[in-house]
Design a protein around this ligand. Structure first.
Ligand code: NZQ
Ligand code: ZN
Length: 386
């Protein structure tokens, strides 16, 4: 097991009808900016409930944070936070709203050029303060409700933004608030959470049975409840398990002390930035091909995954690994998420654009060992296209 720090201060408030507790969770004298997306929270009444539970605090609203939140949009909120001396941010929405709010929290007190905050990759931001924030999470997928990360879109790229100061103070997770999600977003959520776990689990053995057994349990839960919650959107128990799985997939626990990959995410980000393919759809396209091209590097963990998650015990090593890759791809497809790049509006010659974007963004040494070159990325994308 590698050395690690595990720190996660987010207070999770899980369950139905708990929005009234906002009154205790948000500091009493705070001036609050409530942030949301394109309007789903207005349409389905969540915003009204949030506002009515903020008591007589001074509250402003900022709507219009788009999926894959754009730097320019977020900067408009930064101006409001500064001008109005906002001292608490409340994100009501999915990963994009939560991530956007984290960026705003860091950027508002920042005295330098805010775009510089996008240049630190997975390293910690060089900040000493940020505006405290809470979330009401409406989409189970990213884990943003209980982690320190955000992803911001800027000039045709997607940039990670990480800071321990950006953990939400609290996140309200009411599974019934997610009942209104369209099926595509529910399927996206299952796939995103699934791939988060894979990126931290299918690397190389590092004597981490606690993290591995937890990862396997989360994967099996997603395989079990994913189809149920898709078919029965108002099945509270199934949706609860999806919500909690998505949170645990990326709250730092299973990633502690283990090697991590993130190749699928880094290539996937370019597909979203270039072609507008949803985040989870981009992962379903790239992930099986990463394994096909990296079977040798991931041999032991792929065998473990085959046996522990899919109960594949027949055949030689190669057959079991191939079977696990096929099962994973079938699982994504069974949720209605396509796994071939050619099924989207992308032509084969645009593979060059993807590789060029990876190069431009410095993604030239990916994977758990840093040896996944641009050339291998090209092969992965070509395989994913076919
Ligand atoms: O904008 P509104 O109108 O609210 O509609 C949203 C949006 O169109 C809708 N929606 C959300 N909750 C709903 C709902 N519709 C009906 N009922 C509800 N309860 O869903 C659409 C997608 O929302 P979005 O927030 O974009 O989706 P998601 O949660 O998948 O977030 C994706 C973003 O998170 C980043 C991605 O890169 C992407 O920008 N990620 C963040 C991570 C993190 N912070 O740790 C890790 C992930 O790997 C990921 O990269
Ligand atoms: Zn993701």
């Amino acid at each position: 097991m590698q050395n690690f720090d595990y720190y996660n201060p987010t207070h999770i408030v899980f369950g139905q009808d708990r929005l009234a507790e906002l009154n205790n969770l948000v500091p009493q004298n705070a001036k609050v900016l409530v942030l949301f997306g394109g309007g789903s929270v207005k349409r389905f009444g969540t915003l009204d409930k949030v506002l009515s539970n903020l008591g007589d605090r001074s509250v402003l609203e900022f709507g219009g944070i788009e999926p894959n939140p754009q730097f320019d949009t977020l900067m408009k909120a930064v101006e409001i936070v500064r001008a109005e001396k906002i001292d608490f941010l409340l994100a009501v929405g999915g990963g994009s709203v939560m991530d956007g709010t984290k960026f705003i929290a860091a950027a508002a007190p920042y005295e330098g050029n805010e775009a510089d905050l996008l240049t630190h990759g997975f390293g910690a931001l060089p900040i000493s303060t940020s505006i405290p924030l809470g979330t009401v999470a409406t989409l189970p997928a990213t884990g943003s409700e209980m982690n320190k990360g955000a992803v911001v879109s800027y000039n045709g790229g997607k940039y990670p933004v990480m800071s321990e100061l950006n953990y939400p103070k609290f996140s309200i997770l009411d599974p019934s608030v997610t009942f209104t999600l369209p099926k595509t977003q529910v399927a996206n959520g299952v796939v995103d959470a699934f791939v988060h776990i894979l990126e931290q689990y299918v690397t190389y053995p590092a004597n981490t049975p606690v993290q591995d057994r937890t990862a396997e349990g989360l994967l099996k839960t997603l395989i079990e409840v994913g189809p149920v919650t898709l078919a029965e959107p108002e099945n509270y128990e199934a949706r609860s398990s999806l919500v909690w799985c998505a949170t645990w997939a990326l709250n730092g626990f299973i990633g502690s002390g283990v090697p991590q990959d993130w190749t699928t995410h880094m290539i996937g980000h370019e597909l979203t930035a270039l072609f507008g393919i949803d985040h989870a759809q981009s992962l379903a396209i790239i992930q099986p091909s990463v394994w096909k091209l990296r079977k040798d590097k991931k041999h032991a963990k792929l065998l473990q995954y085959a046996e522990q998650v899919w109960d594949i015990r027949e055949g030689n090593d190669d057959e079991r690994i191939d079977s696990a890759i096929a099962k994973t791809q079938e699982f994504f497809e069974s949720l209605g998420v396509k796994t071939r790049l050619s099924e989207y509006d992308v032509t084969r010659d645009q593979i060059d654009d993807i590789v060029n974007a990876l190069e431009k963004h410095g993604m030239t040494g990916l994977s758990e060992t840093g040896d996944l070159t641009l050339n291998i990325s090209r092969k992965i994308i070509e395989d994913a296209y076919a």
